[in-house]
Write a protein that binds this ligand. Structure first.
Ligand code: PLP
Length: 388
């Protein structure tokens, strides 16, 4: 049985071209890029080339690219690094729908005496920009708001938000982990100060990320030690990962049109067919402002995990938003923030596609889903309760 992989917001396959580009940097070109010798210098050149490829995709200067180990590190470095650099301000603004990489960092700040404001969203997962504006004050050090939501794919108007925030002299960070490679970016024309991305979401390997720091933005490094990354992130570089990320960024630029046409059409076909063939199903989130690869669908009266297990029997990989907390399944914090009813939030499934998905895979899933949903509803105590 072959695998049908619709869980690309969790992680992506390393592109074969990326793997090929990385391979020499394990056993052959293994020198330290900071070394004085020619052997290390050859590696240093490749790190420089990769930085240029990342900068090309982001539309920024290569000097504004700092390589990190993952999206989580980039988020922490942006948030903590800003607050250490601006010690006299004690307020941080974020949203209730952030990835835990941002939410947990912000909640930890609360324990350390910071005022943290978590903005809510409406039932389509949209922010109220007037509410954001009313929270901006002289004590605000940082606003951190994700560009695209990992669970629903909803895209926030980040350029507009960056303008609003930075025009008041406040630093703005965005977690762009899910949008980089899917939408064109031009950071040199933007007011965004700090941006995080993660290699493994765009067909580079796990263990490499980037923090973009706009020239003139003050941040204190999280990791201290050597002089790597211009003294902004100590630690010997993950050379194969960085080379891979550079290649992945080049490929992302070349494939962006495909992502927004063919991949989007596959997502739309999958979504429309599921909604048409599975009663009591609905899409979560603002479909007018959404990543081209993501759909989050709720099925009333059944558990998302049960659907995942049934799909797994056919080799189909998707995900649910629930988190396992002390042995019980908690519905996703994102869907709860959107006010999705308990019974629907519990039965939500995210399908996230990539350029490696095919029409046959979509057709197979469309074929299997109605019988899975019917079977699970026959077994569901919620349905029996609703019918009683
Ligand atoms: N931010 C978002 C929106 C994500 O989706 C993820 C990963 O799922 C992260 C941050 C964390 O990235 P990483 O796994 O590279 O630490």
């Amino acid at each position: 049985m072959s695998t049908v992989y619709f869980d690309n917001n969790a992680t992506t396959k390393v592109a074969p071209e990326v793997f090929e580009a990385m391979e020499p940097y394990f056993c052959h070109l293994y020198g330290n890029p900071s070394s004085m010798h020619t052997f290390g210098g050859r590696v240093g050149v490749k790190v420089r080339d990769a930085r240029e490829s990342v900068a090309d995709l982001l539309g920024c200067d290569p000097s504004e690219v700092i390589f990190t180990s993952c999206g989580t590190e980039s988020d922490s470095a942006a948030i903590l690094g800003t607050l250490v650099a601006i010690p006299n301000k004690r307020k941080v603004i974020t949203t209730r729908v952030e990835h835990p990489a941002v939410l947990a960092a912000c909640r930890d700040l609360e324990n350390r005496g910071y005022q943290v404001v978590e903005l809510g969203v409406d039932k389509l997962g949209r922010l109220d920009l007037d509410e954001l504006e009313s929270e901006l004050d002289d004590d605000t050090a940082l606003v951190t708001i994700m560009w695209a939501n990992n669970e629903t794919g909803v895209i926030f108007p980040i350029e507009q938000i960056a303008e609003m925030v930075t025009s008041r002299g406040i630093v703005f960070h965005t977690d762009a982990v899910q949008i980089v490679g899917k939408m064109p970016l031009n950071l040199s024309q933007s007011r965004i100060n700090l941006l995080s991305l993660s290699g493994h979401k765009l067909h580079a390997p796990k263990g490499v990320g980037v923090l973009y720091v706009k020239k003139g933005t003050r941040i204190t490094p999280l990791l201290l030690g050597g002089h790597q990354e211009g003294g902004r992130r100590a630690g010997t570089e993950n050379v194969p990962g960085i080379v891979g990320l550079g290649k992945a960024c080049e490929l992302a630029g070349l494939n962006m049109k495909d992502e927004n046409t063919r991949v989007k059409a596959l997502r739309d076909k999958l979504e429309a067919a599921i909604l048409a063939r599975c009663p009591d199903s609905r899409v979560n989130g603002d479909t007018a402002h959404r990543l081209p690869n993501t759909t989050n669908i709720s099925f009333e009266y059944i558990e998302g995990e049960a659907i995942l297990l049934m799909l797994d029997r056919f080799g189909i990989c998707a995900s649910s938003g629930s988190a396992c907390t002390s042995g019980s399944l908690e519905p996703s914090h994102v869907l709860r923030a959107m006010g999705v009813p308990f019974t629907a939030a519990h039965g939500s499934i995210r399908f996230s596609l990539s350029r490696y998905n095919t029409e046959e895979e979509v057709d197979l899933t469309i074929d299997k889903m109605p019988s899975i949903i019917t079977r699970l509803r026959e077994l569901s105590p919620f349905v029996q309760h609703a019918q009683a």
